[in-house]
Design a binder for this molecule. Structure first.
Ligand code: S3P
Length: 173
């Protein structure tokens, strides 16, 4: 494994955090970070509140600040990101960008079937209305693929298998 980071991108609810946790479980040399958690720690404010009080543009600026810091200071990490983080201007300098791909229906079912679905949805200001979330997905899905170095169809296998396959692929590079 190189000292590069693994950057997981993809739509809200696709399972970026779950895959990050599985990757660090499989490879003890890696450490897991999450950009939303970093922003909440930095500002001592929940994402939902940042959107409500400072607005989405302020949140995107915090994502860029986080990207700049990660690019200069972090190695050997699996970084799960917020669904819009792929828009930062230096994502490819942070590490190998892995897009977790699935269609909108699959993502919606994954969210709705989660044991704490209501709580998970409440935390996401851009997933309050299913139709709006669906059109956001349509706006973004090609862009995710464009910035990605690796695309994984996450709906095809379970998280364990995906993590093992991804680590094997990265180790060959
Ligand atoms: C967002 C996704 C969220 C969070 C914020 C905005 C987006 O993260 O960063 O609510 O623009 O898609 P998750 O993808 O972890 O839900």
């Amino acid at each position: 494994m190189s000292t590069k980071n693994i950057v997981l991108i993809g739509f809200m609810g696709v399972g970026k955090g779950a895959l990050a946790r599985e990757l660090v479980r499989c490879d003890a040399s890696l450490y897991a970070l999450d950009t939303d958690d970093m922003i909440e720690s930095l500002t001592n404010t929940r994402i939902k509140k940042i959107f409500a009080t400072a607005g989405e543009a302020a949140f995107r600026a915090l994502e860029q600040k986080t990207a700049d810091w990660l690019a200069h200071n972090v190695t050997n990490a699996v970084i799960s990101t917020g669904g819009g983080f792929y828009k930062v201007n230096n994502i490819n300098s942070i590490g190998t960008v892995v897009y977790l791909k699935a269609d909108f229906e699959w993502i919606l079912q994954r969210i709705l079937n989660a044991p704490n679905a209501k709580k998970k949805l409440k935390k996401r200001p851009l997933f309050q209305d299913i139709e709006k979330a669906k059109s956001l997905f349509s706006e973004r899905f090609e862009a995710y693929e464009k910035v990605a170095d690796i695309v994984i169809d996450i709906s095809e296998h379970d998280t364990r298998r995906i993590a093992a396959d991804l680590l094997a692929q990265l180790n060959q590079q």
